[in-house]
Design a protein around this ligand. Structure first.
Ligand code: FES
Length: 576
């Protein structure tokens, strides 16, 4: 793709550095305060490196080094790098959920780019919400931007057995609760499950969103599959630094890349990988920033036509390191070219189709051939019915298949505290056929829509050998989690969605092939229960939570803030 190249005077940063006035004097003299000289910046694109490094985010522990490697590439290509730290959103430590803060990072990214002398940006993210947040902010700002995923960590290991982030924690925690695993083994796992820096190495939200970013065209080709500890990863970082300088000169911006077709590619990739349900919320929100309408029904339609190919936990057997050796995302996408819009532009200036040329798969057991997919359709189904008028989702590739059609009596928990207090009570009226329901866990109710959707199996049922049950909530679920968990029920119970009116013993019917979720309670009875509904106030008298509670949208709309959606032009700061 050939574009007219920008001159030095066309650069946005020229307004800060290039003029002969009082303010430009200040900008230049203060750049010199940092040890830079005019040779460093004069006439050069200024590239922000938005770095989500933090001691509180082990997935990004290598980002100080990677930022230096990005800088190396920027210097090589004739740019001027400026590293700018932004909110890290470490998934492991932040409570109640990083989802509460995704939009805060998106706002921060937008404002940091807006208010500084920046011509383009390299986005260093990876741990779950950092991917959508950085992309959302950069898309709203619409300066040339390129994403560098943190890369998955190495395989976990325990007594020679491979361990996957999250997925094996849930699995062995169930064994521990069932009394089948002693404390010594549990502690050994703690030592062996996270062996390097990098993101969760299952097909959790981080791996899914990195793949989605690549399928969208927002990373260099192959970027999403490279393990964080592989020497290819620093090479990716410096190549990204070199490329962003050219992107600025070509004026290649996110909204030129993030088209309707690009989003369809991202959804198709997500489905072929058996990716995280969280990707649905994030891609809807990101599409909203790009002016693209993407709804739940589109996800379902694309899921139905996309074969499930990636044999990676939690839906499959392997981990991201195996996926990389087997050919990675390029290999997987090369197996479904007819389902992709190959003409879509990407950050390296080539189309997706051109970037897939020559891609090979080296292990059919990890990336299944098209003729022998792991499943005939994608990993996620969208359900509707009187219990979820605006939709709910289930990752049906990661549950016991007997639950795809199931009806059972509800056991209702009013909130997570109630769940915690009663789930292991021997008197809990739960059988293997019961449907566990969690209320008040949505975007506003929790608040922040935490990953509580994989409700624990009651201890007494674990002891009977039960390892999966139908569970329904307005929460999310970790991308590394699994089970017959119906998630993102919308509208959420907190705002008076029908989930709020389920009572113990009500029969709930789940029909995944038919895409239905039904509460077998008459409309009249539901109306009676609705009449008695008393909404409560969100418990955020001040701070960011106060803003969040007033502006967050429901799960089916992406949980963005209503005032951040759309493509209204960002106002350039005045410089006086
Ligand atoms: Fe960071 Fe999973 S905790 S990616």
């Amino acid at each position: 793709m050939s574009r007219p190249r920008k001159s030095a005077e066309d650069l946005r940063s020229h307004r800060w550095f290039g003029k002969d006035d009082l303010r430009s004097f200040g900008h230049r003299s203060r750049a010199k305060q940092s040890g830079f000289t005019a040779e460093d910046w004069a006439g050069k694109p200024v590239i922000a490196i938005l770095n989500t490094w933090s001691d509180a985010n082990p997935c990004h522990a290598h980002f100080r080094l990677r930022a230096e490697e990005v800088k190396r590439g920027i210097w090589q290509a004739g740019g001027f790098p400026l590293e700018m730290p932004v909110l890290s959103l470490g998934e492991t430590f932040m409570k109640p959920s990083t989802m509460l803060y995704r939009n805060l990072l998106a706002m921060e990214a937008e404002e940091v780019l807006r208010s500084n002398p920046v011509d383009g940006a390299v986005l260093l993210g990876g741990c779950d919400k950092t991917v959508p947040a950085l992309l959302m902010g950069a898309t709203s700002m619409d300066l040339p931007a390129l994403f560098v995923p943190a890369g998955p960590m190495l395989r976990g290991n325990w007594r020679g057995e491979t361990l996957g982030s999250g997925s094996d924690v849930w699995k062995y925690w169930a064994e521990r609760r069932a009394g089948a695993l002693d404390e010594c083994a549990w502690r050994e796992m703690e030592d062996g499950i996270a062996r390097s820096f990098g993101t969760c190495m299952t097909m959790g939200t981080a791996s899914t969103m990195a793949a989605a970013a690549e399928a969208l065209g927002m990373t260099l080709p192959g970027a999403s599959s490279i393990p964080a500890a592989d020497s290819g990863h620093p090479r990716l970082a410096s190549a990204s630094g070199r490329r962003i300088v050219e992107m600025v000169l070509e004026d290649l911006k996110p909204r030129a890349i993030l088209t309707t077709e690009a989003f369809e590619n991202a959804v198709t990739a997500t489905m072929a990988l058996g990716g995280s349900t969280n990707a649905i919320i994030h891609l809807i929100a990101l599409a909203g920033r790009a002016g693209v309408r993407l709804d739940l029904d589109r996800f379902d339609a694309l899921s139905r036509r996309t074969p499930f190919l990636a044999n990676i936990r939690p839906s499959g057997k392997y981990l991201m390191e195996d996926f990389f050796y087997a050919g990675g995302l390029r290999g997987a996408l090369a197996r479904i070219p007819d389902l992709l819009h190959l003409e879509c532009a990407t950050v390296n200036g080539y189309t997706l189709g051109e970037n897939l040329e020559g891609a090979l798969v080296f292990d059919d057991d990890v990336i299944a051939p098209r003729a022998r997919p792991i499943g005939p359709e994608g990993g996620v189904a969208v359900l509707r019915g009187n219990l979820a008028p605006n939709g709910a989702v289930i990752k049906h590739t990661a549950c016991e298949q007997r639950f795809l059609r199931h009806a059972g009596p509800a056991v209702v928990f009013r909130n997570y505290g109630d769940l915690e207090a009663r789930i292991d009570d021997p008197a809990l009226p739960a059988t293997p056929d019961s449907v566990l329901v969690l209320q008040d866990a949505g975007p506003l109710g929790a608040p922040g829509m935490p990953e509580w959707g994989m409700l624990p199996i009651p201890k007494k049922l674990l002891a009977q050998g039960v390892r999966d049950m139908v569970r329904i909530s307005d929460a999310r679920m970790s991308g590394t989690a699994y089970g017959a968990c119906v998630l993102h029920v919308a509208p959420e119970s907190f705002v008076g969605g029908p989930l709020a009116f389920v009572r113990d013993g009500d029969v709930i019917e789940l029909d995944v092939p038919g895409r239905r979720l039904k509460l077998r309670v008459s409309d009249e009875e539901l109306a009676r229960r609705r009449a008695g509904f008393k909404p409560r106030q969100v418990d955020y008298p001040r701070g960011f939570g106060h803003l969040y509670a007033r502006h967050v949208t429901q799960a089916d709309l992406g949980c963005d803030f209503d005032f951040l959606e759309g493509t209204a032009a960002v106002v350039e700061p005045e410089i006086h």
